[in-house]
Ligand binder design. Sequence first.
Ligand SMILES: [Zn+2]
Length: 246
Amino acid sequence: MTCDEVTILLHALLDDELDAGNARTVEAHLTTCSSCAARLRAYRAQRQALHDADLKFVVPDALRRRVVAALPAPQSTDRRNLLKGVALGGFVSALAASGVGLVVFDRQSDQALLYEVTSAHLRSLQPGHLTDVETSDQHTVKPWFNGRVEFAPPVIDLSAHGFTLVGGRLDFLGGLPVACVVYKRGGHVINLFVAPAPGADGTAPSEDVVRGFTVRHWNAQGLSFWAISDIERSELRAFTEALRSA
Ligand SMILES: [Zn+2]
């Protein structure tokens, strides 16, 4: 058995997961190979250190409240329980403290929001549901949102890029009012949802396909954006880039 093969089996040996034959072979190698023996000692020390370390971390209330507040409302009860579980689990909590857990929560809430965005998009395609204010004039659409949402969504004329502004409407994501700016490309509707995301870092657009619709999501300037449509993915990418560079 070579040192490389032994190295792969060392963890299994430590975990008592090797069958008798392999265990004997590895142990025989360790009696003659000082570097593999040293590696095993290092693994043992590492494991002991992890075992001894106090890795229990209780999520501070302020952080817990912030995370819960950032989660969409419908699942909030489940998430709260999940978070409580994290506070009780030692090593998992250390991961949460390091930010790894928070990334996981964000991804879960992103996933839930993707489906809400898709449902809202489908609803908007029903007759009479697409716009509350119907005009291609950005200077009419933008002020229409005043007093209806507590932030100012950008309303940008993209006709030079082949995307026609058709209006705006008030919509809801995660139980919260959001702005929806509506565009068309040919006969196809593009809904651009805009929600407040105070303190969120800007992100490059991510792309998902949900029930045949392409959804692009990104954060910029304290706002969260979702663009959804059944146009070609490359066209929605062009739409996103035109918006982001405007
Ligand atoms: Zn060796």
